[in-house]
Design a protein around this ligand. Structure first.
Ligand SMILES: *[C@@H]1O[C@H](CO)[C@@H](O)[C@H](O)[C@H]1NC(C)=O
Ligand SMILES: *[C@@H]1O[C@H](CO)[C@@H](O)[C@H](O)[C@H]1NC(C)=O
Ligand SMILES: *[C@@H]1O[C@H](CO)[C@@H](O)[C@H](O)[C@H]1NC(C)=O
Length: 473
């Protein structure tokens, strides 16, 4: 009975987590409030029956890349437009082109869906910033590669400012369902530089739309979990059980099953490219382990290990975001790049001043930010980690792990090994929030068992209350 209740409790803690965080994430990215993917259509010339447009996708997300198998961009034509040709991308479907027998278009679909080309396509099919298999880096990691572009020639459409119809009903898979796109609208014409920056070119017409991410739309179950350990306690705090689903509900591969031997030796292609995970008690494809390694007078050490439990998926150009009060004082990070996320500073400063006089806050800020202000104040103690190309750890390979050690300089007034202070508040992998263990299970100091147990008991009581509540509805 007791065991069942605990299991029930754990499961509901995930449910409450999902409910809680979705409310926040739906609104915006906590550490990256302006995060979006902006798609711009620049009409660069009119043709006898339409126009040529350059379509550009800018990933203005600090730490969320578009992973392989890459993006798919879809829309609905306003009239009976066709795509004569595309450079740097292709339509998935040619559609029904029987009305145009003489000159066969690239696609006659009413709802075309476009994907990027793979690297190494012939030069005459390429376009600037194309052909990366749909992969787009996050802006924080690699701004130069945070854009993807293609050029398309459209027919059967208007060919003047007045008669052209704007495409509508945009959808972006990136590659999952997480993005929601705004309607497209006419914006001031884009200006680009040519001739070594000495000449300005202006598009004939520019249209723009913005797509924003919600982790909850992307996946109902989380995709990553956090485990912990410390030098002062021999117990390892594992990931929460069923953090990303339960073992009996999902396909997975045990360590010694025949499939894993096959996978280990030859190509791991499975039917339909379904992800093939190692069976774990948490069932997360990715685990982030935070180990408090040493404690010196002025400094303390943390070792971060990221493990990929997929047998058939590599995380290219992964990112990790952590929030910890001491990240404002990092002395050294080995093997990973580190970049503080300071974007929020003006707002967190505003929050600080507003704490004493809340009436100074603009109305919209009161509504959106006030409820979250307690951790908001620490938002600038947040940073992103990513791999180093020269060390070859910017790819987190299938069934492998990458790790880093960092040295943090202590602030003697705040530093503590007590009450789980040395562990992060939040962790994101590739922009998706990771499930933290319950506070009751954090590594505790031998002499701090009582207070921690108390905190933990409170957590359990709350979880049980929620679980009981759900049982009756
Ligand atoms: C919008 O696009 C989807 C496919 O992405 C399509 O199924 C749907 O019919 C479109 N809606 C309209 C109103 O055209
Ligand atoms: C992942 O990377 C390794 C090493 O580069 C490669 O052998 C393997 O085929 C890749 N897996 C996938 C699914 O692309
Ligand atoms: C240490 O933390 C306190 C409280 O947050 C702060 O007032 C102080 O400026 C910090 N000292 C240093 C050296 O960062």
């Amino acid at each position: 009975m007791a065991l069942r209740r605990i299991r029930f409790t754990l499961r509901y803690s995930v449910v409450t987590y999902v409910l809680c965080f979705s409310a926040v994430v739906m609104a915006y990215d906590i550490f990256d409030p302006t995060a979006n993917i902006t798609i711009t259509w620049d009409v660069v010339s009119w043709t006898p029956d339409g126009y040529v447009a350059v379509v550009k996708m800018n990933n203005y997300q600090m730490y969320r890349p578009i992973m392989t198998p890459g993006w798919t961009l879809g829309w609905t034509w306003a009239k009976k437009e066709i795509i004569w040709s595309i450079l740097g991308a292709q339509a998935i479907d040619q559609g029904d082109c029987k009305d145009l027998p003489s000159n066969i278009p690239h696609s006659c679909e009413k709802n075309p869906r476009i994907i990027d080309m793979q690297p190494g396509v012939p030069y005459n099919q390429q376009f600037l910033n194309c052909c990366k298999g749909g992969f787009v880096s996050s802006m924080g990691q690699d701004p130069a590669n945070s854009v993807s572009a293609f050029q398309l020639s459209v027919g059967n459409s208007g060919n003047t400012y007045k008669t052209v119809g704007l495409p509508k009903n945009f959808s972006l898979l990136g590659p999952n369902q997480g993005y929601t796109c705004s309607p497209i609208s006419i914006v001031p014409s884009s200006v680009s530089l040519s001739s070594g920056g000495r000449r300005k070119n202006r598009a004939l017409m520019s249209w723009q739309l913005v797509c924003r991410y919600s982790q909850f739309l992307a996946s109902e179950i989380p995709t990553c979990c956090v485990s912990m350990s410390s030098f002062y306690n021999s117990d390892i705090t594992p990931c929460l059980s069923c953090a990303c689903g339960c073992r009996n509900n999902e396909n997975c591969v045990t360590n010694n099953s025949p499939i894993s031997r096959v996978v280990g030796s030859t190509s791991p292609h499975t039917e339909g490219n379904a992800p093939l995970k190692r069976c774990t008690h948490h069932m997360c494809p990715v685990r982030v382990h935070w180990h408090v390694k040493r404690n010196y007078k002025m400094y303390w050490h943390v070792r971060i290990t990221i493990t990929n439990f997929n047998f058939n998926f590599n995380y290219t150009k992964w990112t990790l975001v952590a929030q910890h009060p001491n990240l404002n004082n990092i002395a050294k990070v080995d093997d990973f790049n580190y970049k503080p996320l300071l974007l929020f500073e003006p707002i967190s400063k505003l929050m600080r001043t507003s704490m004493s006089s809340p009436r100074n806050l603009p109305d919209d800020m009161k509504q959106t930010h006030l409820s979250t202000s307690s951790w908001f104040l620490n938002a600038d103690d947040t940073g992103m980690f990513y791999g180093v190309e020269e060390l070859d750890n910017d790819h987190l390979l299938e069934a492998a792990s990458v790790h880093s050690e960092m040295i943090l300089q202590k602030n003697r007034t705040t530093f503590s090994l007590n009450r789980g202070w040395a562990f992060p508040h939040k962790v994101y992998f590739n922009g998706d929030e990771c499930i933290m263990p319950l506070p009751v299970s954090y590594p505790s100091l031998p002499n701090s068992v009582l207070p921690l147990l108390y905190v933990g008991r409170m957590a359990i009581i709350i979880q049980v209350l929620i679980a009981t509540f759900h049982q009756f509805i």
